[in-house]
Design a protein around this ligand. Structure first.
Ligand SMILES: [Zn+2]
Length: 265
């Protein structure tokens, strides 16, 4: 190999290592090998009439303050309308501490306050923060145990979390770890009848949020530290487009789609 070629090879190697290091540092994960969506995948009704009633109880397990409003704000507003009991478990502190130039301490305080405020708006007064570092959530038995205990103390029939099996092509690593750990935790909770998963490529159930869309917008806007001004409008447009796409599944203008899994006993 000539000197020029050697140099080129060395530089290419450094660039490749740099790209790998950057990919590992930033928290988004690309699904290189996507699990194909099942061919025969009929709709599944998670006893929706019971879910949307004053008798049901629901625990939502998320990774960051704002995930719940973002992925299922309309459904949460609907649950409030019917008087369901709702509790929230947030696995990370959402402080973005992995970025070199953020005030992580301030983020922790502000985002916690925003989450408590928005949760109150859908009648959820039990919010558990597990406090793992944002963007760096690792799975494992300790996380599973903490999620399991938080769910068990509320005693729900329904647990909502991220879909770990059919996530979108690009997904936040904290979302994947939270979804995986919740699916594991639920295995040890025989009273949980339904696992309802959001951020999924394989929805089999949708909640009509057409008339409650303004409520979802209000919930998103509470997270001021994340979304204000043009960014808020951008996020609202994005969520509206997503709701319209999910609505097509259910033949309604706007919906939130889920992958429902019934527990085997
Ligand atoms: Zn998130």
């Amino acid at each position: 190999m000539g000197r020029g070629l050697k140099r080129f090879a060395a530089l290419t190697g450094v660039a490749a290592l740099g790209a790998v290091a950057f990919y590992r540092w930033q928290p988004q994960r690309y699904q290189f090998f996507e699990r194909p969506v099942p061919d025969d995948d009929p709709p599944l009704d998670p006893a929706a009439e019971y879910l949307f009633s004053e008798y049901s109880s629901v625990v939502v397990v998320i990774a960051h303050p704002d995930d719940a409003e973002f992925y299922l704000g309309g459904t949460l507003a609907r649950l409030k309308e019917y008087g369901a009991r709702i509790a929230l478990v947030v696995t990370t502190d959402g402080d973005k501490g992995y970025y070199p130039r953020v005030d992580a301490e301030k983020n922790r305080v502000v985002r916690r306050r925003e989450q408590i405020e928005s949760a109150r708006m859908y009648g959820c007064d039990e919010v558990t923060f597990l406090g793992y570092p944002d963007g760096r959530l690792k799975g494992g038995p300790e996380l599973v145990r903490q999620i399991r205990d938080a769910i068990a103390s509320f005693g729900p029939e329904y647990v909502f979390s991220f879909d770990p099996l059919y996530p979108p092509k690009v997904q936040h690593a904290d979302h994947l770890r939270t979804g995986e750990a919740t699916a594991e935790a639920v295995k040890e909770l025989p009273d949980v009848e339904w696992l309802v998963q959001f951020s999924t490529r394989a929805p089999n159930f949708a909640v009509d949020i057409t008339d409650i869309w303004p409520e979802k917008r209000k919930l998103i806007a509470v997270h001021e530290s994340q979304f204000t001004g043009r960014k808020l409008r951008f996020i609202e447009d994005m969520l509206r487009n997503r709701a319209a796409a999910d609505g097509a599944l259910a033949n309604v203008p706007l919906a939130e789609a889920f992958r429902v899994v019934q527990r085997e006993h």
